[in-house]
Design a protein around this ligand. Structure first.
Ligand code: SF4
Ligand code: FES
Length: 482
């Protein structure tokens, strides 16, 4: 590996590594706007300039790579980079002044305020004064369809959004029009972002507040939000996301890129707007037995006296839930898996499976067998199994599978459904228990690629709503003897 020096600190890196990335490895963050690890570098913003010994001009660290070491001297220092010289500071201040020439001072009403790179870099590298005496360029904000709003006054022309629609989502809805001070990011005539199932990502990519989400616009100042690491339940891979919440309410979901995992940079709009599922509009129903409110003792007694128990776990819950649920089955044979939702593959590079049952693998590792529900129906009908416990979310079950599950519940002498929201199927069970949503508990999944992904509790569950392990603990408790 060749050796380079960054501000006189030597380190060995692979040849071809970007200088910007090499700087990060020694804890030096280079300011940048147009660079994004998932997009082709274009070096348009000039914010990442560094000094390289022996080069007459400053170089863009987002496009400069570390050369290989000479064959006869593999230990040789091949490059000396300086990020803290007066020339670099001067260049950064100059770039900031240019970028701010036409930028409005509307931070108090801008959604990006608080997480804006223009604010941050202006504070760290800008001058604090403006020499701009002329009238600023003005545009009215425009809707790019129902999902995205653009405020071109704020745009710094980094072209991240344009490159995203061309290189990642492929629709190419955005383009750069005109030149010089009139340069603007716009859509081709008649196009909007509505047809793009990944449109919401341009809002995350925009380093300033030029592209905003209609859904989130003016709803919450970001510094009030708490971000909790979670996973998306509407992606085949359980994409890592941030749940941004405040006051026990989720306001938005954002991708949570993992180091070295390019597939985690973007999420689909279906995943992004699924945050509404976590906000409970109504009080959760209480535990039920035979259509009436019941105590845990009554439900436990009904289950324990029913006879051999089989469990059906839908592979969209966490592994802890699967483990505990499995313990309710009378034998390991009697652990059945369910769920048959598929998710259309739009971007094969980012979605390697169409199987929407994202924790199928985690359930299988805990002994759950999928695709054999008919076998269970036979066992229940023959009375080899008397009781069935179902862990279920109606959104992940097709009408065909729901019908089969309904037959199983009907044929069983006793059935218990555990659900986040009550469904028609759940109401058909003898007993029903309200469980926490993914945002109200901490657990983990093992996705189709075998990656373990954890998620943490973001919201406080309503009174009477408990996690699957907590319910199972009570259901399997030995009744107190008098
Ligand atoms: S709208 Fe945002 S992402 Fe697009 S070019 Fe302008 S600043 Fe960059
Ligand atoms: S980040 Fe390097 S030029 Fe924009």
């Amino acid at each position: 590996m060749p050796t380079i020096k960054i501000n006189d600190v030597a380190l060995s890196v692979n040849p071809g590594t970007l200088v910007l990335d090499a700087c990060r490895t020694v804890g030096i963050d280079i300011p940048h706007y147009c660079y994004h690890p998932a997009l082709t570098p274009v070096a348009t913003c000039r914010m990442c300039l560094v000094e390289i010994k022996g080069q007459p001009k400053l170089a863009t660290s987002c496009t400069t790579t570390v050369p290989p070491a000479p064959k006869d001297n593999p230990e040789a220092v091949v490059m000396e980079v300086f990020t803290n010289t007066p020339a670099v500071a001067d260049a950064r201040a100059g770039v900031m002044e240019f970028l701010l020439i036409n930028h409005p001072l509307d931070c108090p009403i801008c959604d990006q305020a608080g997480e804006c790179k223009l604010q941050d870099y202006s504070y760290h590298y800008g001058s604090g004064d403006s020499r701009m005496g002329e009238v600023k360029r003005r545009y009215r904000y425009e809707d790019l369809g129902a999902k995205i709003v653009i405020d071109k006054n704020r745009c710094i022309h980094c072209t991240r959004c344009v490159r995203f629609t061309r290189e990642i989502s492929g629709g190419g809805e955005l383009t750069v029009a005109s030149r010089g001070s009139r340069l603007e990011v716009t859509t081709y005539t008649g196009k909007s972002m509505d047809q793009n199932p990944y449109a919401g990502n341009v809002v995350d990519l925009c380093p300033v507040g030029a592209l905003t989400s209609r859904d989130f616009r003016f709803r919450k100042r970001v510094w009030y939000l708490k971000s909790v690491p979670s996973i998306s339940r509407h992606s085949a891979l359980g994409s890592p996301i941030w749940i941004d919440h405040e006051g026990n309410k989720v306001y938005r979901l954002r991708p949570r890129p993992l180091e070295g995992k390019e597939t985690t940079h973007f999420i689909s709009d279906e995943e992004r707007y699924a945050y509404t599922h976590y906000n409970r509009e109504e009080q959760a129903p209480a535990a039920q037995l035979n259509g009436a409110e019941a105590s845990m003792d009554e439900i436990r007694e009904a289950l324990q006296s029913a006879g051999p128990v089989a469990v059906i776990g839908q592979g969209t819950f966490g592994c802890d839930a699967a483990q505990r649920l499995g313990e309710l089955a009378t034998s390991t044979e009697l652990r059945y898996g369910s769920g048959d939702r598929t998710i259309a593959v739009v971007l094969p590079k980012y979605q390697t499976s169409a199987d929407g049952i994202f924790n199928r693998r985690g359930f299988m590792e805990r002994g759950f067998r999928f695709g054999v529900l008919e076998e269970l129906l036979g066992r229940v009908t023959r009375r080899e199994v008397k009781a069935v416990v179902l862990l279920h979310d109606a959104g992940f079950t097709s009408a065909k599978e729901a019908e089969l599950l309904g037959q199983i519940l009907k044929a069983a002498a006793f059935s218990l459904a555990m659900e986040v929201q009550g469904s028609e199927l759940g109401r058909a069970a003898t007993a029903w228990l309200p469980i926490t949503s993914c945002a109200e508990e901490s657990d983990f999944i093992v996705n189709h690629d075998g990656e373990l992904r954890r998620y943490q509790k973001a919201l406080r569950p309503p009174k009477g709503v408990r996690t699957v392990p907590a319910w199972v603990k009570d259901l399997s408790a030995v009744p107190a003897t008098v």
